[in-house]
Design a protein around this ligand. Structure first.
Ligand SMILES: Cc1cc2nc3c(=O)[nH]c(=O)nc-3n(C[C@H](O)[C@H](O)[C@H](O)COP(=O)(O)OP(=O)(O)OC[C@H]3O[C@@H](n4cnc5c(N)ncnc54)[C@H](O)[C@@H]3O)c2cc1C
Length: 330
């Protein structure tokens, strides 16, 4: 069968619905579809969902033409071996030209397995997607430590790309999808991992990808209880706490709080960068923020070029003053 259209992997969100990155990819896929002869957009949904009718109609409203659903008792919870192998089998049965996957932890696992099994290339953590010469997928991603961006053309089919959440805006359209309930024999899938129990991780701070205000600390805050000030300010502003890779490497934040090229892309209304220099790899993750406020003692710090408001000063003076002002406002 000739490869046709775009296939998107639909991972779950924490409420057993659809992860928001899927709607963002669908919106982008609508744009790509027009450049590849209006071929169809299919979404592959593995495992149980809260309400199939609602899910199918929601996916349709973001542009899915087909929703391929595979479910059985073994697929209630995400399992890397089952889900990845099923996705590969679906990609073989309905061969697409392009496969798009949200770069969540689950998405990255499925993408790596799929590209290996299908013996095709995978461009990871793309910042943009387009259709280039000869109707080939053009995936843009940072390279050389984030100093350059490269447009990558994949010569093998299917052409695969992963994209982090918040790289594209999700927009609905007038559209509906057809559902295909498919079945894959999970008995035949080789399984080495047994999931005994799933425990929800609590990180003590709000989810970065949905937070309206983020207070983010860099290596400048990694001393003398600097991060205690970051947490206090975030708490006063009812925001989330994030940080740079340096802050992660120094153990002040978890990996899921790291913002940037190898962390999360965020799009809050306000991003407050405290003691962060503004390396390209960090800026990649904050480019969709509403307003950026930077606090840095070095007036030449690159972050000031991107900030809407820049405060040149020592964070150990500036942040307590900000907290004081907020307290006064009540
Ligand atoms: C392949 C690759 C991927 C990467 N991915 C990421 C990523 O996802 N996210 C990321 O963040 N980085 C990433 N990096 C690392 C990135 O290049 C930078 O090294 C990192 O972002 C620097 O973190 P920082 O700004 O906290 O630290 P620094 O660059 O050390 O900056 C610290 C800043 O704090 C200021 N400062 C110090 N003390 C104070 C004070 N008392 N008051 C106010 N300001 C103060 C300083 O003036 C300085 O500007 C990546 C690098 C590579 C090569």
């Amino acid at each position: 069968m000739e490869p046709n259209g775009i296939l998107i992997y639909a991972q779950k969100d924490s409420e057993c619905g659809i992860h928001p990155v899927v709607f963002e990819l669908l919106t982008k896929a609508r744009e790509l579809k027009q450049k590849i002869w209006n071929q169809k957009i299919a979404v592959c949904l593995i495992g149980e969902r809260k309400n199939y009718d609602e899910t199918i109609s929601e996916l349709g409203s973001y542009g899915a033409d087909e929703v391929i659903i595979v479910n059985d008792d073994r697929l209630k919870e995400y399992n890397k071996e089952y889900y990845s192998e099923i996705f590969v089998q679906i990609a073989r049965k309905y061969p697409p030209r392009i496969i798009l996957i949200g770069a969540t932890i689950e998405g990255k696992e499925v993408a790596a397995y799929t590209s290996t099994k299908l013996e095709t290339g995978l461009t990871a953590d793309c910042s943009n997607l387009d259709i280039g010469e000869n109707y080939i997928l053009l995936s843009t991603r940072p390279t050389f430590g984030g100093h350059l961006t490269a447009d990558i053309l994949c010569k093998t089919f299917p052409q695969m790309a992963t994209v982090q959440q918040n790289m594209f805006k999700a927009e609905k359209t007038e559209h509906s999808a057809n559902a295909i309930f498919d079945w894959i024999d999970t008995d035949k899938i080789e399984k080495k991992i047994e999931v005994i129990k799933t425990i929800k991780k609590t990180i003590g701070t709000k989810d970065l990808t949905t937070a309206e205000i983020i207070v983010s600390g860099g290596s400048g805050a990694c001393r003398d209880n600097g991060f205690a000030l970051i947490y206090e300010l975030a708490c006063k502003l009812k925001g989330a706490v994030a940080g740079s890779r340096s802050a992660f490497e120094k153990g002040y934040i978890t990996k899921s709080q790291q913002v940037g090229q190898t962390g999360k892309a965020v799009s809050p209304k306000v991003y407050i960068a405290v003691g962060i220099s503004g390396a390209n790899q960090h800026l990649t993750g904050i480019k969709n923020s509403g307003k950026i406020i930077a606090v840095n003692k070095d007036k030449n710090a690159p972050i000031f070029k991107y900030a809407d408001i820049g405060i040149v000063g020592d964070l150990f003076k500036v942040i307590p003053e900000l907290i004081n002002e907020i307290d006064k406002e009540g």
